[in-house]
Design a protein around this ligand. Structure first.
Ligand code: SF4
Length: 209
């Protein structure tokens, strides 16, 4: 990472962390992917039940691999036959891992979801949630974060999953009501009334989409 970008990210991350703390959430800054992995593992005691929603960033820092290979009860929803059971088990997990589609400089998380398992688990259920977010996810405000979620994250995810949505073809949001839409639910997390539940690790890198 260019040192000037790193300096800017460090400064911006401090602002985001302050914002998260004012909202009942906890923020951390990781200088690189390795530091992010170390921070995440420091939060998860061995023996914990851990699962996740879609989140490329979680894979990119090596966290899934570390949990699968380590002494954890990692529920891999892609590897089990009964998807519904895995989805329901997530609500009772010790830790739920995810990324964010976008977040604001003052610590608001913005996520969109088609199946809605990810946003529902962030809102309620798992004892703790760990969000892994590259600094590329940080936007000025909620409006900017929503635009990022719908014009960057959604089209890329729609293409990734081969969905028949306008954004998959045009690269930007057409505010569709396609049966394949991944914009069924928008969750804006502006406060947590459960201190210590939501942890956000900001990574000095471009992660996910
Ligand atoms: S509303 Fe439709 S076109 Fe817009 S981002 Fe969502 S899926 Fe794509």
């Amino acid at each position: 990472m260019n040192p000037n970008i790193t300096k800017r990210n460090e400064l911006l991350a401090q602002k985001v962390i302050k914002g998260l703390e004012s909202r009942g959430m906890t923020g951390y800054y990781a200088a690189d992917k390795e530091a992010a992995l170390k921070q995440a593992l420091a939060l998860i005691p061995e023996g914990s039940t851990v699962t996740m929603g879609g989140g490329m960033s979680v894979h990119e820092i090596g966290l899934v691999k570390a949990l699968v290979e380590g002494n954890y009860n990692f529920i891999d929803r892609d590897a089990v036959e009964d998807k519904r059971a895995a989805m329901l088990a997530a609500y009772d997990a010790d830790f739920y891992l995810m990324s964010a589609n976008a977040m604001t400089e003052d610590g608001i998380l913005v996520n969109i979801d088609g199946n809605s398992n990810r946003v529902s688990a962030l809102a309620q259920g798992p004892r703790k949630v760990i969000v892994i977010a590259g600094m590329n996810k940080v936007c000025d405000d909620v409006d900017g974060a929503m635009k990022r979620a719908r014009n960057v994250a959604a089209p890329i995810n729609a293409q990734r999953f081969g969905l028949n949505t306008p954004c998959a073809k045009t690269g930007s949001c057409m505010n569709c009501k396609s049966p394949d839409t991944i914009c069924c639910q928008f969750l804006i997390t502006r406060f947590s009334r459960h201190p210590g539940r939501i942890h956000v690790i900001l990574v000095n890198d471009n992660l996910g989409f």
